[in-house]
Ligand binder design. Structure first.
Ligand code: PLP
Length: 430
């Protein structure tokens, strides 16, 4: 079956796996093993030399993780993918795969706080400079680029502002300068396909919508296979120069018999080998279960979110609703260009009575959970001023888009009447 002929709803059920060859099992088995019996010494030698691809050790590959990787790669129209232990591990590896000490990368300012910390502190302390630019002006990426810039990084649908990132504009700037764009598509799987808009690499926290059930932490990197690393060889010594850690392999050369997968091949056989942030087969199994219903769930998430946003917009206690479907001008144009089938499941709103009203709303919720998470099948809420953004000064908090009365909802797939009833009774007490 040619993958390009299949629709997302079908890929998530059939992609990359038919049945287990030994048992005929239709459900993807959990291959809970650390290692794999080599057929002969020649077979083992071929695997280690990458003359043949196959299982060696579960830190770098596993058949259950492999099905998840194939399915998500197919879903996004990529060449190959790599499953890792968390979304944070995915962003770390995505950057480290291209950057060495002394290099820089340009990142959107509109990021998940954990990614911001990773870039501004941990990765910077290793000598890789993160240059932050406001995505409202795509040209900022060009201005921040120099000869040592290795990649651009952004989120499709970053909260709390929920301004969709100008993927094609920045990807085109990058391609003209020989710089690949990496997009964190965690908040918009299925409804956005960043590779189709020119991104070179996509990453996910599978912890969120892909898992969908709030059970497991995981991450995934998808190599689009469309970026020409050799055309800007001097920018990418990790991929285009001999690797002393792998008997002098040049990854752009080594990948040629396997497909346009130099980037993800190195991430697997060098970074996952050395750093070891592997996804467990059991978690891969759970993500596969989540993935099977992802398109269905995303549709319900988006439909429910639109209804919650509409309800909040008319409420007397609500000063403002932050939702891509309510934006105007260039932000709305971007939302309509890059999102299809809905505006995502995140809805922000500002209570007129500020901080204390935000607290009262959260404390009054009965159905909706109060947690620091998004993308669960259940509806979730948080008051950032007293939680995720509480360490910031009020001025810095406002700069990130979080006012004192801001509440973030990650709208779930419950019946819409039950979600609205809980929001209504909590607003009555706010
Ligand atoms: N990217 C985004 C957009 C996120 O929301 C998160 C987590 O909240 C991450 C990355 C990090 O993912 P994880 O918690 O799986 O490490």
């Amino acid at each position: 079956m040619a993958s390009r002929n299949l629709h997302p709803e079908t890929i998530v059920l059939h992609g990359g796996y038919r049945q287990d060859d030994g048992t005929g099992s239709v459900a993807v088995p959990i291959y809970q093993t650390t290692s794999y019996q080599f057929k002969t010494t020649q077979h083992a030698e071929n695997l280690f030399a990458l003359r043949e691809l196959g299982n060696i050790y579960t830190r770098i590959m596993n058949p259950t993780c492999d099905v998840l990787e194939r399915r998500v790669a197919m879903l996004d129209g990529g060449a190959a993918a790599l499953a890792v232990s968390s979304g944070q591990a995915a962003s770390t590896l995505a950057i480290m795969n291209l950057c060495r000490s002394g290099d820089n990368f340009v990142s959107s300012t509109d990021l998940y706080g954990g990614t911001w910390n990773l870039f501004a502190n941990t990765i910077s302390a290793m000598g890789v400079e993160a240059r932050f630019v406001d995505p409202a002006d795509p040209e900022g990426f060009a201005r921040a680029t120099d000869a040592n810039t290795r990649c651009y990084y952004a989120e499709t649908l970053p909260n709390p502002k929920l301004h969709v990132f100008p993927i094609r504009e920045v990807a085109e700037i990058g391609r003209s300068l020989g710089v690949p764009l990496i997009v964190d598509n965690t908040a918009a799987p299925v409804i956005c396909r960043p590779l189709e808009h020119g991104a070179a690499v996509v990453m996910y926290s599978t912890t969120k919508y892909i898992g969908g059930h709030g059970t497991s932490i995981g991450g995934l990197i998808v190599d689009g296979g469309s970026f020409d690393w050799e055309a800007s060889a001097e920018r990418f010594p990790n991929l285009t120069e001999p690797d002393p850690s792998y008997h002098g392999a040049i990854w752009t050369e080594a990948a040629k018999p396997l497909g346009p997968i130099a980037y993800i091949l190195r991430a697997r056989v060098v970074l996952l080998r050395d750093i070891g942030t592997a996804m467990s087969p059991f978690n891969a199994f759970l993500f596969i279960q989540g993935l099977e219903t992802l398109p269905l769930r995303m549709q319900r998430h988006c439909d429910n979110a639109a209804q919650v946003a509409a309800y909040l917009k008319d409420h007397a206690k609500v000063a403002r609703v932050i939702f891509p479907g309510f934006q105007s001008g260039v932000m709305r144009k971007r939302a309509d260009t890059y999102l299809a089938g809905g505006y995502g499941a995140l809805v922000g709103f500002e209570l007129k009575d500020g901080r204390e009203a935000g607290r009262r709303f959260i404390d009054a919720l009965q159905l909706v959970y109060h947690v620091a998470n998004i993308g669960d099948a259940r509806t979730l809420a948080i008051h950032p001023a007293t939680t995720t953004h509480s360490q910031l000064s009020p001025e810095d908090r406002m700069a990130t888009g979080v006012s004192e009365g801001y509440v973030r909802l990650s709208v779930g797939i419950e019946h819409i009447d039950d979600i609205l009833a809980d929001v209504a009774q909590a607003l009555a007490q706010a």
